[in-house]
Design a protein around this ligand. Structure first.
Ligand code: AMP
Length: 280
């Protein structure tokens, strides 16, 4: 597997692949790779001739009080996993390479409405950071397809909208969430959990499954159900952030089951913020 930090080198590699008529798949990540990330790589490999993964902990998408400095960086281990899963190249730029003039850039990419609710409400500027870095990486890598996890449901919706709105010639593939055996969605942030918190963490998905069951049984007061779910989480030891039954396309809070639904959730265990979702 090729390891690339430099943009000139990256462009040369992409040009070489393009000239050979190869189809390029891209998997953007922040590293500390687990089976969920590697599932994206496997999906990418099935759909393209070449797979390139980026590892970049993007400072622009972290808030002032968030975990940018302590975000786990495990490059050696990550490269081992990527090699085993047959990635062709990994792009690991430094912040100075991506933001040579610092974070105070002149141009941002923003997807309002989709980015305003849910995580956008709790993490000001987060999705602007995500859509800006993904645009920059798309411009550098110029892939035919890009794979994103459904675990970050709102992020996936924003990327799809951005690609459509800006006429980017890239097919976006959503990959189902990889979970631990007890149901907890795999996440780099699970590593922050104490043993006691890790034992409680699967309740987030259990509560989502319980809500889905209630909806299937005809429970129709969505706001009341959301509140009951938050109460369950808080009783289990979480601090619920949001629990929103929403329209799957617009992500706007839904009021009836006539539309395809998704339940989006975020909750804290101590200082660690976990997110998850379930389609209904
Ligand atoms: P991150 O490194 O957390 O920014 O994630 C990089 C990509 O991996 C994003 O598209 C995530 O949605 C995806 N991802 C993270 N966790 C999982 C998971 N458990 N299952 C599937 N995809 C995931």
């Amino acid at each position: 597997m090729l390891m690339i930090q430099d943009i000139v080198q990256l462009r040369a590699l992409i040009r070489q692949w393009r000239n050979a008529g190869e189809r390029i798949a891209f998997v953007p990540t922040m590293g500390n790779l687990h089976q969920g990330h590697l599932q994206l790589v496997d999906t990418a490999k099935q759909r393209a001739d070449r797979v390139i993964v980026s590892i970049f902990v993007n400072p622009m998408q972290f808030g002032a009080n968030e975990d940018l400095d302590k975000y786990p960086r495990t490059l050696e281990q990550d490269c081992k996993g990527l090699t085993e899963h047959g990635a062709d190249a990994v792009f690991t730029p430094t912040p100075a390479i991506i933001y040579p003039r610092g974070l105070d850039v002149q141009t941002y990419v923003e997807v309002p409405l989709l980015g305003d609710h849910h995580c956008g409400a709790s993490r000001a500027g987060h999705f602007r950071g995500v859509s800006t870095i993904v645009t920059k990486l798309f411009n550098l890598v110029q892939p035919d397809i890009a794979c994103f996890g459904q675990k970050d449901y709102q992020q996936l919706a924003i990327i799809r909208q951005m690609v459509a709105d800006l006429s980017m010639p890239i097919e976006i593939i959503g990959v189902p969430t990889t979970r631990a055996e007890d149901g907890l969605a795999l996440s780099s942030r699970n590593g922050y959990l104490t043993a006691e918190q890790r034992a409680i963490a699967p309740d987030l998905y259990s509560v989502l499954q319980w809500m889905k069951q209630q909806l299937h049984q005809g429970f129709s007061d969505f706001r009341a159900l959301e509140q009951q779910a938050k109460d369950k989480l808080n009783a289990a030891g979480f601090k619920a952030d949001y629990m929103n039954i929403s329209n799957r396309q617009t992500l706007v809070p839904a009021t009836d089951s006539s539309q395809p639904l998704v339940i989006l959730a975020a909750a804290y265990l101590g200082n660690t913020r976990l997110i998850d979702n379930i389609e209904v």
